[in-house]
Design a protein. Structure first.
Length: 320
């Protein structure tokens, strides 16, 4: 796989430990961006005279300082909820490490999250049906001994996370799709998400309308649906429910974080800028949140490091 696609495409989450680690990493990124952005604003304001003088005595526009303040301010607002959620996740994990009753900790998470009827939804490339109820929608609970985190509702190519907490989780839906392939022992690339409702709801509705028309045509002619499908046995559904229950704790923690979902495009210019008249491009329906926010963290860290460098060792310019 090429480097650009590898960087922005979400990796396979193979087990509950990996899911839990990704949530922790994303929470840490939100906290770090918030802290560094706030530090950047404080440094620019505290040493404003230095930076204004540097800009006026050099070829740098003074407007650059205003841009940096706007940039840091935007990231502070964008990541405020994620930073607060990350701190709460850290508190809950610390309580669990200190030997408190894990079930009590999970129930405290549930109480802190509150209730919600919002849903996240995706569309996949195959119809998913139960062998004992072909052509019918079905649900799998996402629950553990502490409580329920919603359910996975499957209706053909349409999969929804009907969450019990906050906004629901696209990460959980991606995890579910991978687990379906795993329990069936099939190629992981056989079943894949092709549309994310939270990113492109129009394309999601259009795709599902086409799938549903093929299903109706199949029923009209009294035969099989005119769309490729896979079936799950009762035992496989029970195994899927068990695997969904194993990530309940991480799903609750993820609900403390904002669902910032993006489509991505990476390009390779054949003729470089400023001509740039020929380039190759590839789109991903959903960018890995760790990649998008992780790259934002790298940029913020570099900018803050440069600000600190100029404060510690200001360059010589006339009049400074």
């Amino acid at each position: 796989m090429d480097a650009g696609r590898w960087l922005i495409r979400e990796p396979d989450v193979s087990d509950p430990r990996h899911y839990r680690r990704r949530v922790a990493e994303l929470a840490a990124i939100y906290v770090a961006i918030f802290v560094l952005s706030a530090a950047g604003i404080a440094l620019l304001v505290a040493r404003g005279r230095l930076f204004v003088t540097l800009s006026q005595r050099s070829n740098v526009e003074t407007l650059t300082i205003a841009f940096l303040l706007l940039f840091f301010g935007y990231l502070v607002l964008l990541c405020a909820r994620g930073a607060w959620g990350g701190l709460r996740i850290g508190v809950f994990r610390l309580a669990a490490r200190l030997g408190r009753n894990p079930r009590r900790v999970e129930q405290r998470k549930i109480a802190a999250l509150g209730r919600s009827r919002r849903r996240q939804a995706v569309a996949v490339n195959l119809l998913i049906e139960r062998a004992d109820h072909p052509g019918e929608a079905f649900e799998l609970r996402v629950a553990d001994e502490a409580g329920c985190a919603g359910s996975i509702h499957v209706d053909g190519a349409r999969i929804e996370h009907r969450s019990g907490h906050r906004e629901g989780s696209n990460e959980l839906l991606a995890y579910f799709v991978r687990q379906v392939s795993s329990v069936r022992g099939s190629d992981p690339e056989e079943l894949d998400v092709v549309h994310w409702k939270s990113i492109d709801d129009e394309g999601w509705y259009q795709y599902l309308a086409g799938v549903e028309s093929m299903r109706l045509l199949g029923r009209r002619f009294g035969g099989e649906p005119l769309w490729p499908r896979l079936t799950l046995s009762e035992r496989q559904c029970e195994e899927l429910e068990r695997r969904m229950g194993a990530v309940c704790s991480a799903v609750r923690e993820e609900a403390f974080l904002p669902q910032l979902e993006y489509e991505g495009e990476h390009k390779i210019p054949i003729i470089p800028e400023p001509l740039g008249i020929v380039s190759l491009g590839r789109r991903e329906r959903r960018v890995d949140p760790l990649s998008s926010m992780g790259l934002a963290l790298v940029i913020v860290a570099v900018v803050v490091a440069l600000i600190v460098w100029f404060i510690a060792r200001p360059p010589w310019v006339p009049g400074l």
